[in-house]
Design a protein around this ligand. Sequence first.
Ligand code: ADP
Length: 321
Amino acid sequence: MKLAALGEVMVELAPQQGQGTAVPLLAQSYAGDTYNTSIYMARSGVAVSYATLLGDDPYSEQMLHSMAAEGIDTAAIEQLPGRCPGLYTIRNNADGERQFTYWRGESPARELFLDDARRERLASRLRQMDCLYLSGITLAIMAPQAREHLLAFLAEFRRGGGRVAFDSNYRPRLWGSARDAQQAVDAVLQQSDIALLTLEDEQLLWGDRTAGKCLERNGRYHLGELVLKRGPEPVLLQYDGTLSALEVPPVSDIVDTTGAGDAFNAGYLAARLCGGEPEAAVAAGNRCAAQVIRYRGAIIPAAQFTPCLEKGTGQGALARA
Ligand code: ADP
């Protein structure tokens, strides 16, 4: 079973731990929501391909090397001459809150699905996959016209038996208006099999007062499985006509919940691709997220990560229809 994740990887500059100076030393790494998920899936032994556009600068080259070192297939990535990837910095405010600043307006990833020839090359790679994974951030960075092409491709991919997994990951500042975001998210959910949503984002985007209202509203889509993440509160899983509330095991020593949802999605999708049932997949998602929130940053060192799949999972429950 093969999955391709679509989105943007950025250069990250974050203050090094223990720096108390006014101008802190910054440590450089790479991150992005769907990319973070890809890393933990690859570390869990699942075949993952990452689909994006990069530049031909040293940072893009290093990203490709990092992905290859993580075991992520980079064959679907094209490099645009003279371009360089998006960048963001993290600042720790006086009250300890993390503040993010982005420079991503000219990121090559914004052109995903835009150009005809490149789109056709990407589509031919993606057709070889069993499952595609994307997020609301993937949608937000794309031009409206490119989103139309993406939607048409998702419909074609599903007609061919492929599955689509989506996390709405709503970031208001990436959108012209909440209405634009709602329209794009709605269109993708109509082409999705698995929704991995976070209640907080759903409430921000749609104004759902309760988890029940959120599930009810999403009932209009033909989702095979709907997962609603709620931080430490039980994960709600709607599958096969049944709604279950699945406890999240308590985690001690939480350091930073950045990337918790991305890590959860990795555990969930990895388990499903390896034949685990949705309930077991939620447990794998919780195990994956529990590790990540005990470290600073969205991507924890490989040496600290334990693959989150249980031995002896079944055979391809997510197999192509
Ligand atoms: P996001 O990162 O998208 O905001 P959530 O905050 O809902 O997502 O967290 C995603 C998952 O991370 C949860 O379903 C749970 O598995 C884990 N998680 C998050 N916060 C905690 C916590 N305080 N204690 C234990 N697990 C947590």
